[in-house]
Design a protein around this ligand. Structure first.
Ligand code: MN
Length: 755
């Protein structure tokens, strides 16, 4: 019959089927107590239907039938409202079509887009071929990434529908998906109190993994059904009579152990089907006349039935006073039946039964005022689940899961731009992540993009973040990096490389110093090195060598003078003592040199003070408040110890000094020749975009060969802001750098600032 239909007729028939399925979903939704937000649900359906148009599932069904089915599970079996239904309808749009999360956000708003984004993230890359290898990580991710727990709930619904339709997949895929379901999704459903879904997922997985054993247990259950029914009727008859006498509204169910649970027990206890005695349990579900009496009613029923049958002394389980961590409440009692077998009886109210089957979704169904999907209420419920995930109770039955969860608390899960999942310790920064990828990436890291936003290297990562590392060949490891990496790996690498660089610089410094001294005709020995170490205020000769080798200290006239003038005199004197007593000589040299350094003669404030490189590095103090550099308009202040402190003229401290100690102020004039380096901070602001940071650092490091000491970048709402600390010689350098930075298209503002 079908073969005779034209393509168009076939399409029309499919469209009718799709519309029917959607109408069913709408009817189901309208039958709940949720707000009647039909419009947005219809919009989501139309959007998804259009996006998936022409695509078929393996079963041959139009693709859209899958999102509709997932939305139905979300609505009927998990009890969620319109936001989740919309997200379920749209859950495969970003992954499988050309639409983006931004498109969803524009049409359906932030919340729905965020959930769809979460669903796409946890499916992209992870459900690729490496899926099983990442299963453990994925499970952790689901548990920790609970920004919005609805992501997990919808993912479970998605998996449930895929399991229900697993028959049309190839067998090898069936095994993979079934295994994953048993390992990840069934425990998750259990954790969230979705008992019915958990049982179904387990049974379906078992059915595909062990089809013969499944069929065997199913057959045996059917063969023993009549006998169980007989036991059930005989056992419950006196109970019914008693409950009727008490005037209770109730119904009694025979609860048959699930096929998977039976198999599981056969495996763990090593017994045949025939020796599983708790296949039948009895469930008494009552409707309390008064909600306040709900708990008391449970115990009244317990007392009444334990007068009929003898209760097992060790098997009373009180989940009433102490609910399970997933919200489960009931009273379990095991009674001796007339056939001589123990039978478990579960006593629950209707409310408790709903919670047991539907999890927390059932909770707010019983809230006062009968709920619309009041956001506040929903948020509260979602938060409850999150709390359970975050802080599992010690009395949770699934002890194993509790232990696992605690382990997870110290880990976060982040994605590479390609969707690969990486585990990092909690508090890991972007720089830690860079080092975890590769030492080279860490070494040359200049910043990172977290969820497409530019962040500094010190940015702390959160679970679910997508992290892209930005590198530059010009970048080198900075000493302050040690302060904000948290992983042992990154720390060790940074220390190692810094140590190696220091060693290289020390050697280089040593050879530079040797050359320098040779030119001056001074022997290279401990005495000369000590005097230079003292002159430049280093603690050890090693520090001096490193500074020279790294170019931070350039030896100049001040150093020459040390040996030529008074130093020269000292030198000759020392020389006569120096044979074989280098240490003692060095000490003496130090003491002798001291009075030469201190300028005790009075400074003439009427003269203009020449700020030579020697004077700057040796005598004068650059004010900490305004950090003047050669070329700035400055003045000198002679303090009570007769020291000259150089301030910028517009510095607030200098303004005060001018008015209070006018007689201690001295005019100055720069007289420098680009030997010394000074630290300045440059502020940049502009449009954030790929590569901006790179361009900025290139201008500074490559074009001008200036040393960046610190780079702080912040990007919010598309605006890029940066503070760059670098070493320059004078204001000319600053001007050149600023002018070059201003040439960059994206940079709108460049200025030197005080910090
Ligand atoms: Mn799906």
């Amino acid at each position: 019959m079908e073969e005779h239909l034209s393509l168009k007729e076939k399409e029309q028939a499919e469209e009718v089927m799709i519309q029917q399925a959607f109408q069913e979903l709408l009817n189901d939704y309208l039958a709940t107590k949720h707000r009647k937000r039909v419009e947005i649900i219809t919009k989501a359906f139309n959007f998804a239907n259009h996006a998936h148009k022409g695509i078929k599932r393996r079963s041959g069904e139009p693709y859209i039938m899958h999102p509709i089915a997932v939305a139905k599970i979300v609505c009927n079996e998990i009890g969620l409202g319109s936001t989740s239904i919309c997200a379920a309808l749209l859950h495969d749009v970003v992954e499988d079509t050309d639409y983006t999360v931004e498109d969803i956000e524009n049409i359906f708003g932030h919340k729905i887009a965020q959930i769809v984004d979460g669903l796409t993230k946890i499916s992209g890359g992870i459900f690729g071929d490496r899926a099983s290898a990442q299963a453990e990580n994925f499970k952790k991710l689901l548990l920790t990434m609970s920004d919005d727990i609805r992501v997990i709930l919808i993912k479970i619904a998605d998996r449930l529908h895929n399991m229900r339709t697993l028959g049309s997949m190839l067998p090898n895929k069936q095994y993979k998906i079934a295994g994953e379901t048993l390992y990840i999704y069934a425990p998750l459903a259990n954790r969230l109190g979705l008992n019915r879904i958990k049982t179904e997922l387990e049974n379906l997985s078992f059915k595909y993994e062990h089809p013969e054993e499944y069929a065997e247990i199913e057959r045996k259950l059917a063969a023993t059904a009549a006998e169980r029914d007989k036991v059930f009727q005989e056992f419950t008859a006196p109970i019914r009579a008693q409950l009727d006498k008490m005037g209770l509204q109730y119904h009694i169910l025979a609860r048959v152990k699930s096929i998977y649970s039976i198999w599981n027990k056969m495996q763990t206890k090593h017994v045949p089907f025939e020796e599983i005695y708790d296949i039948l349990a009895v469930r008494i579900i009552f409707k309390p006349n008064n909600m306040e009496e709900e708990l008391n009613d449970c115990f009244d029923i317990y007392l009444a039935i334990s007068k009929i049958y003898k209760p097992h002394p060790d098997r009373l389980r009180d989940w009433i006073s102490h609910p399970k961590s997933n919200g489960y409440q009931a009273l379990h009692v095991t009674l001796m039946g007339n056939n001589g077998q123990w039978i478990e009886v579960q006593i629950r109210s209707e409310r408790m039964d709903d919670v047991a089957e539907q999890g927390f979704a059932a909770h707010w169904k019983y809230k006062e005022g009968g709920g619309s999907e009041d956001e506040g209420e929903l948020e509260r419920w979602l938060r409850t689940i999150k709390e359970i995930l975050d802080d599992p109770q010690p009395d949770a039955i699934d002890f194993l899961d509790t232990i696992k969860l605690n382990l997870f608390a110290s880990e976060i899960f982040v994605f590479t731009p390609k969707g690969e999942l990486k585990t990092m310790p909690q508090d890991a920064t972007a720089l830690d992540f860079a080092f975890s990828l590769h030492t080279d990436i860490g070494t040359h890291c200049i910043g990172a993009k977290v969820n497409h936003k530019l962040v500094p290297l010190s940015h702390r990562l959160k679970s679910g973040d997508q992290v892209e590392i930005l590198t530059s060949k010009a970048q080198r490891i900075q000493p302050e990096w040690e302060n904000f990496v948290t992983t042992a790996r990154a720390k060790a690498k940074i220390t190692e490389i810094l140590r190696r660089e220091a060693k290289a610089n020390q050697q280089k410094g040593e050879s530079l110093l040797r050359d320098f001294l040779q030119k001056e005709g001074v022997p290279f020995d401990a005495s000369a090195i000590d005097r230079l170490t003292n002159l430049h205020n280093f603690h050890t000769p090693d520090e001096l060598m490193v500074a020279i080798g790294s170019g931070k200290l350039v030896l100049g006239d001040a150093d020459r003078n040390l040996f030529k003038e008074k130093g020269g005199k000292n030198w000759k004197k020392l020389l006569s003592f120096s044979f074989g007593k280098e240490n003692k000589d060095a000490k003496e040299g130090k003491e002798e040199a001291k009075p030469a350094e201190g300028k005790s003669e009075k400074i003439d404030t009427k003269k203009i003070l020449k700020l030579t490189e020697e004077a700057i590095s040796k005598e004068y103090i650059m004010a900490e408040c305004c950090h003047p550099i050669p070329g700035d308009d400055v003045l000198g202040y002679i303090d009570e110890h007769n020291r000259v402190i150089i301030h910028k003229r517009q510095c607030p401290v200098a303004v005060k000094l001018k008015s209070s100690y006018g007689n201690r102020i001295i005019a100055t004039q720069w007289d420098t020749h680009k030997d010394l380096s000074f630290l300045v901070t440059i502020y940049v602001r502009g449009i954030d975009g790929v590569g901006v940071l790179n361009e900025v650092t290139q201008v500074i490091s490559r074009q001008l060969n200036v040393n960046i000491r610190k780079l702080i970048i912040d990007a919010t709402d598309g605006i890029f802001e940066g503070k760059i600390q670098l070493y320059v010689h004078d204001v000319d350098d600053v001007r050149t750098i600023c002018n070059n930075l201003k040439q960059l298209a994206n940079i709108k503002e460049v200025s030197r600032i005080e910090d």
